[in-house]
Design a protein around this ligand. Structure first.
Ligand SMILES: Nc1nc2c(ncn2[C@@H]2O[C@H](COP(=O)(O)OP(=O)(O)OP(=O)(O)O)[C@@H](O)[C@H]2O)c(=O)[nH]1
Ligand SMILES: [Mg+2]
Length: 441
């Protein structure tokens, strides 16, 4: 089994399972399973069958109704499937009951695995984590997810079999008992805090000196990295896969009026984004939450672009970024009919239509970015000597003071304010480095 996975020719076979709360929502459940199939594909498994049950709420014990659950297990066994993948996060008890139903015996290899959407997403993340920070973040999320689901030592061992739903980012995986897991958690949190501190220092040195910070946000696979590359020549990895990008990349963006900004590409969002991932990626997401402007990239060629937009808006709310001014860019215009584009344009009159891959519409987008940057209120740091209380109180009046500390040589204020105020008090701005050059941060 350990030779299975995305880099191997042997693909696992999975039965996908979803719920539709009513017949009217059957189509949405289908679409969600299409996405689950993509996630499974990225993780190294192919769909051999899918089952959707119409049911108002999940069964607390078995997710599907008991009879249906048994049917699905028998179906999977008849199809010689390796896994049943559920389109929601299963409660630990639901997972255990379903495993029991499938006759899962930790000591017998090659049996039917019960996997849920969260486990699958974590699996994809663990494959795509490259940086030290990304690996730590994913491992933290995985341990938090798996620990309440462990059934004992032999179970831990059985999960080392490999294949989808079992991969970890490092060598440590879950080959440890609970005490060692706790120790590992403490260590991970410490290591992550160290990495975050280093990154935070770098960020502080550039962010607050008046260079506008723009973050790309959007559903996974919408074309964020393609757009970063097209606008800045960044050379970030672009793939037709979900969650290609986990680590943030920042590049200098030159605007038409001669200004410049910093544009950051970061992790994409998905419907039902596991909470444990939002927690683990908190520092990455906070960086998005402290941007001056968001550039929301939407794949306009998706069957339901607005459903994906809603999922993005929801995560932005969770990370405290809903108040940040946002430019909406409908991407992949080359794949969309004029009629469909017209419908979207009518509903979102301020949106810009682009094809990041072909370079279409980028001049328009840059012009819009330029205007919005010029009008944006920026978050900046001021350093004010103690004898300039007048400046300090003017900033309190004219800006929104986000943070204030007293240093040895004066007040330090972080303020969200207009560029006109910023210009008037520019002599008190904290010296920051210029925006990053082509090599980024
Ligand atoms: N046809 C077409 N394809 C595009 C366009 N922009 C991006 N793509 C394709 O869409 C896929 C995803 O692009 P990425 O730039 O990796 O998307 P992303 O939003 O960074 O995705 P993640 O990092 O995985 O969240 C790739 O196969 C791109 O080539 C476009 O304008 N038109
Ligand atoms: Mg990307």
């Amino acid at each position: 089994m350990s030779d299975r996975g995305p880099d191997s020719d042997i693909r696992e076979r999975a039965v996908l399972v979803g719920l539709a709360p009513s017949h009217a929502q059957f189509e949405a459940a289908e679409a969600s399973l299409d996405e689950l199939a993509l996630l499974a594909d990225t993780a190294g498994a192919e769909e051999v069958e899918r089952v959707i049950q119409v049911r108002e709420t999940p069964d607390t014990a078995t997710y599907l109704g008991k009879g249906k659950a048994r049917e699905v297990v028998e179906l999977a066994q008849a199809l010689h499937a390796d896994a049943i993948i559920f389109d929601d996060e299963l409660a630990p008890a639901q997972g255990r009951n379903l495993e029991d139903m499938a006759g899962i015996n930790p000591l017998a290899p090659n049996q039917l695995k019960i996997i849920d959407r969260t486990g699958l997403i974590l699996d994809v993340f663990s494959q795509h984590a490259h940086s030290a920070e990304g690996k730590l973040q994913v491992e933290l999320a995985q341990i938090n997810y798996h620990t309440p689901r462990l059934r004992g030592w032999s179970d831990v061992m059985s999960r080392l079999g490999g294949g989808i739903g079992t991969r970890g980012p490092g060598e440590t995986k879950l080959e440890v008992d609970r005490r060692r897991i706790r120790r590992r958690l403490t260590k991970l949190r410490g290591d992550l805090a160290d990495v975050e501190r280093t990154r935070d220092l770098k960020r502080k040195s550039r962010v607050r000196s008046g260079v506008p910070q723009i973050s790309l946000v959007g559903y996974t696979n919408s074309g964020k990295s393609t757009l970063l590359n097209a606008l800045t020549g960044a050379g970030v990895l672009v793939e037709d896969r979900l969650f290609s990008t986990l680590d943030p990349t920042a590049r200098r963006l030159d605007l038409p009026d001669g200004r410049h900004a910093v544009l950051t590409d970061t992790v994409g969002f998905v419907k039902k984004l596991p909470h444990t991932l939002v927690e683990a990626f908190r520092s990455t997401l906070e960086e998005t939450g402290s941007s001056d402007l968001l550039l929301h990239v939407v794949d306009a060629a998706q069957p339901d672009p607005e459903g994906q937009m809603d999922a993005v808006t929801k995560v932005l709310g969770e990370i405290g970024a809903s108040q940040i001014p946002t430019i909406l860019a409908f991407n992949k215009r080359d794949l969309v009919s004029d009629a469909d584009a017209a419908v979207l344009a009518a509903r979102h009159p301020d949106a810009v239509f682009i094809s990041a891959a072909r370079g279409d519409g980028l001049d328009d987008l840059l012009a819009t970015l330029g205007e919005r940057v010029a009008a944006a209120r920026l978050i900046v740091d001021f350093e004010i000597p103690f004898d300039r209380g007048d400046v300090r109180s003017r900033l309190h009046e004219e800006g929104e003071v986000l943070k204030e500390t007293f240093e040895s040589d004066g007040y330090r204020l972080q303020v969200r304010t207009s560029q006109d105020v910023l210009a008037r008090f520019s002599e008190f701005l904290v010296d920051g480095r210029e925006a990053p050059g082509p090599d980024g941060v």
